[in-house]
Write a protein that binds this ligand. Structure first.
Ligand SMILES: [Fe+2]
Ligand SMILES: [Fe+2]
Length: 204
């Protein structure tokens, strides 16, 4: 990947475009999940060294930037199209643009690649796991457990904006049981708890 299209540049862009701290945290949370899926897919493909790092960075950047235009352009007509057009003009890699388009159901962009699927699958679940952590007295993601998450998925009043069918459908797209998908994303977010502000009082 050319040097200017780095995770660092993506992080700058997210901050330039986004005023909402919770939307920035959402980008970081989805990044944690897609980065983890990029890592497992890189191993499955037998990638190593720089090749593996570049591969994983595509996943991380797609996660970080998938909603970067949302603060300024939240309408269905504009998000994520305005952001993707901007990234395309800057020359960001096509797999990132495709995944960002495909995370929006109404874009009509099919979820073809593993990255497309990982991003879609991680988006709603990351929000749901954040909500699960924030109702703990400690507000710690370390106290969230897969069984508790599954239980809360059945509670329609809890985090009602999160579409359960996108979580189960996302797991199916990745060929995973929903428990495994939850476990993967939970671990990824626990590993990044501090930057997500979800470390609670946990002492590592
Ligand atoms: Fe979005
Ligand atoms: Fe999102």
């Amino acid at each position: 990947m050319a040097n200017e299209f780095t995770r660092e540049r993506a992080w700058q862009l997210l901050q330039e475009w986004t005023a909402s701290p919770s939307l920035i945290k959402h980008g970081l949370a989805v990044e944690a999940c897609t980065r983890a899926y990029g890592g497992s897919e890189a191993s499955r493909l037998g990638l190593s060294g720089q090749e593996a790092e570049d591969f994983v960075e595509l996943y991380a950047i797609a996660g970080l930037l998938h909603d970067f235009d949302y603060d300024k352009h939240p309408s269905l007509e504009e998000h994520p199209f305005v952001g993707v057009n901007f990234l395309r003009e800057e020359g960001w890699p096509e797999p990132i643009l495709h995944a960002i388009l495909a995370h929006a159901d109404y874009s009509g962009t099919p979820r073809d690649s593993h990255l497309d699927r990982a991003l879609f699958a991680s988006d709603e679940l990351a929000g749901f796991l954040t909500a699960c952590a924030l109702v703990k007295p400690s507000k710690s993601i370390h106290e969230v457990e897969v069984a508790g998450v599954k239980k809360k998925m059945k509670d329609k009043a809890f985090a009602r904006a999160v579409k359960r069918e996108d979580i189960t459908g996302g797991a199916a797209l990745l060929g995973l049981a929903v428990e495994d998908h939850i476990a993967n994303c939970l671990k990824a977010m626990q590993d990044h708890a501090e930057e997500l502000g979800l470390q609670g009082n946990h002492q590592p």
